[in-house]
Design a protein around this ligand. Structure first.
Ligand code: PMP
Ligand code: GLN
Length: 380
């Protein structure tokens, strides 16, 4: 069989988690919480499973979950979506992103990706015959260079993928970023596919701003999210897409034949759990405390870093200490000191090595402190 994705292998997340398990390392690589969800939420799944909610859900998602997602979008972010025609429940944000890109890309269309970038974007573009156009910073990225973006936009640009809060840098888009994007897209027939899986995880009172909150972008935006990050249930793979009616109609045609629908009892459980806003409004403070604990402990190490503004990832730099390739270093630290991380070069299509590692701090405090302690004892 001739591969349609010849350059794609096993994802780094699988590779590093595998290596971490093999060496019984503290696994700060793959992004998933090292603790369980609220028992009340698991109880709700049990309740709906026992209650007989075990057959196919409606294609668009169960009505209470669509209503709860619409209510959350308006109350937290001031974004109005009709739960019947503009909210679709998916099997994780991964499916939502794939379906949105499939809905808009035609062969030869260009799609802008900001690097470093999450790994599922480029394959989704390529499988649809699109061409990824990378905006690649010269050094480690902490903000967006809008002059560089302007240089990559053309009449062939069909979509821009936004990710805020950003994995892996933790960068959170500002109003100036939204304004800049809106101005660039104004003359174009182009869409925004916005990955907002960390929408509830921003720090230091910085607000999360969706492109959909910009009046010139709302009608062009597919807002893709996930409840996995918000409620510590990445294994449930429940995501969603919020988009204006005409866009949602096309999105649903793709979703209908990708998965048709997703897990029924879990949707009902999440709908009920979303009824208490405290469940999602407290997650930012929860992770900010973990970020602070981790970065304070890392102060004792020789790494350099800018504290993450959002997500549950912290990047660190070591270029002033060693010229070792980041992939080799991540593997070596896993084997030698039992601390697994992700080499940030994997988020660049040319594997640019800016001598950075990404650590996931969605872990128990003891594991974070132990990892920081081991990293501080490293001799370079
Ligand atoms: N986008 C980003 C930036 C992510 O970090 C992740 C999950 N790690 C996803 C998308 C995928 O989300 P889901 O698990 O809901 O498919
Ligand atoms: N998004 C998670 C991360 O960035 C991993 C998801 C996956 O394993 N595919 O670590």
């Amino acid at each position: 069989l001739q591969s349609k994705l010849p350059h794609v292998g096993t994802t780094i997340f699988t590779v590093m988690s595998g290596l971490a398990n093999e060496h019984q390392a503290l696994n700060l690589s793959q992004g998933f919480p090292g603790f369980d969800c609220d028992p009340a939420l698991s109880e709700l799944v049990a309740k709906y499973t026992r209650g007989g909610f075990n057959q196919y859900a409606p294609m668009t998602g169960v009505p209470p979950l669509r209503q709860a997602l619409a209510a959350k979008a308006v109350s937290v972010f001031g974004l109005t979506y009709d739960p019947d025609t503009e909210v679709t429940v998916t099997s994780g944000a991964t499916e939502a992103l794939f379906a949105a890109l499939t809905a808009v890309i035609r062969p030869g269309d260009e799609v802008l990706i900001f690097e470093p970038a999450y790994d599922s974007y480029a394959p989704a573009i390529e499988l649809n015959g699109g061409i990824p156009v990378y905006i690649t910073p010269e050094g480690p990225a902490y903000a967006i260079d809008w002059t560089a973006v302007a240089g990559k936009i053309s009449s062939r640009t069909r979509a821009v993928i936004v990710n805020t809060p950003h994995n892996p840098t933790g960068y959170v888009w500002t109003q100036a970023d939204l304004d800049a994007l809106a101005a660039l897209l104004k003359p174009l027939d182009a869409w925004v596919v916005s990955d907002e899986v960390y929408e509830h995880i921003t720090f230091d009172s910085q607000p999360h701003l969706s492109p959909a909150s910009h009046p010139d972008l709302k009608d062009r935006t597919f807002l893709c999210g996930s409840l996995g990050k918000t409620f510590h249930v990445t294994g449930w793979k429940i995501g969603f897409c919020l988009a204006p009616k005409a866009l949602s109609a096309e999105f649903r045609k793709i979703h209908q034949y990708l998965t048709f629908s997703t897990v029924t009892p879990v949707q009902y459980a999440l709908a009920e759990y979303l009824g208490n806003p405290e469940h999602y409004l407290t997650v930012a403070a929860f992770y900010q405390r973990k970020r602070d604990l981790f970065v304070q402990a890392l102060e004792a190490s020789a790494f350099r870093f800018v504290p993450s503004q959002g997500t549950f990832f912290q990047n660190v730099s070591y270029g002033h200490l060693s010229q070792e390739n980041d992939y080799d270093l991540a593997v070596r630290l896993t084997k030698q000191i039992g601390v697994a991380s992700i080499p940030v070069s994997v988020f660049y299509h040319r594997k640019d090595d800016h001598k950075q590692l990404r650590f996931c701090f969605a872990k128990d405090d003891t594991m974070l402190l132990e990892a920081a302690e081991r990293l501080s004892r490293l001799s370079w």
